[in-house]
Write a protein that binds this ligand. Structure first.
Ligand code: NAP
Length: 240
């Protein structure tokens, strides 16, 4: 039975896995704060969910903008005085293999500007949002860091240096945060959704957004006996 007052924040929720995660969390009875970098896109996504009878609030959030994060924190404190679920979903994959420029997305010759921009969103954004919002959890909550198998050290290959590094480091941050919160009832986990048909994953990906979001929602709604400090795909632990 869900406490009807539970509040969930999802970053990058105007489309793709974030939107599907927001939809599922709202359908489970939680009040979802659907955040988006682009206010118009987020408002439209929230409106779509409201038309399905779901309880969502839209708020702008650019995870690379400290003022934007502070504004969200202030709204949550003022309106709800609590937070139960944080899904750090916002992410970018900016590096592309380019036949005209061999090596464009390699560790040896990849564009450092793209590496920096990727780390700003995928790693520093998740850290900054966690630092601002986890204190609102008051000792009990769920943090889900949407990671990727491309960040697995156990199977590290070449290519996409910014993206792979950002997700490997996000996994490390997941373990740090879980360790620091081990004495609380806040569970922190990383989830790989698999290769999913979104703007990022492209049309050829193996999974639907519904399939991809399943483990994210599972980790966001773990019971009190659930794991913390793990890395999961399809609800099962995978190697770091
Ligand atoms: N699709 C896959 O196959 C796959 C596989 C493994 C992991 N993932 C991870 O899953 C997560 C969601 O990806 P997706 O597949 O749903 O991709 P997507 O459709 O491209 O969605 C990415 C979302 O992140 C948002 N975003 C980007 N930069 C942001 C910023 N600075 N502040 C706030 N939001 C920002 C985007 O907003 P805009 O619309 O404004 O750009 C968009 O809402 C990402 O972390 C990704 O790395 C995806």
């Amino acid at each position: 039975m869900i406490d009807q007052q539970e509040i969930a924040v999802v970053t990058g929720a105007n489309r793709g896995l974030g939107l599907e995660t927001a939809r599922r969390l709202a359908a489970s009875g939680r009040k979802v704060v659907l955040t988006s970098r682009d206010p118009a896109a987020g408002a439209e996504a929230a409106h779509g969910l409201e038309q399905q009878g779901l309880r969502v609030v839209h708020h702008q959030l650019d995870v690379t903008d400290a003022d934007s994060i502070a504004a969200l924190q202030a709204m949550l404190s003022a309106q709800f005085s609590r937070l139960d679920v944080l899904v750090n979903n916002a992410g970018v994959m900016l590096e592309r293999h380019d036949p005209q420029r061999p090596g464009a997305a390699t560790a040896l010759a990849g564009d450092l500007g793209l590496v920096r921009r990727t780390l700003e969103v995928n790693l520093l954004g998740a850290i900054a949002v966690s630092q601002a919002l986890v204190p609102l959890m008051a000792g009990r909550g769920r943090v889900v860091n949407v990671s990727s198998g491309l960040g697995q050290l156990a199977d590290m290959q070449g290519g996409w240096p910014g993206y792979r590094s950002s997700k490997a480091a996000l996994n490390a941050y997941t373990r740090m945060l879980a360790a620091e919160l081990a004495d609380s009832s806040i569970k922190v986990n990383a989830v790989c959704p698999g290769w999913v048909r979104t703007h990022m994953g492209g049309p050829d990906a193996a999974r639907s957004v519904e399939e991809g979001a399943d483990s994210i929602v599972w980790a966001a709604t773990l019971g009190d006996d659930g794991p913390s400090g793990g890395f999961f795909r399809d609800r099962r632990p995978i190697d770091w």
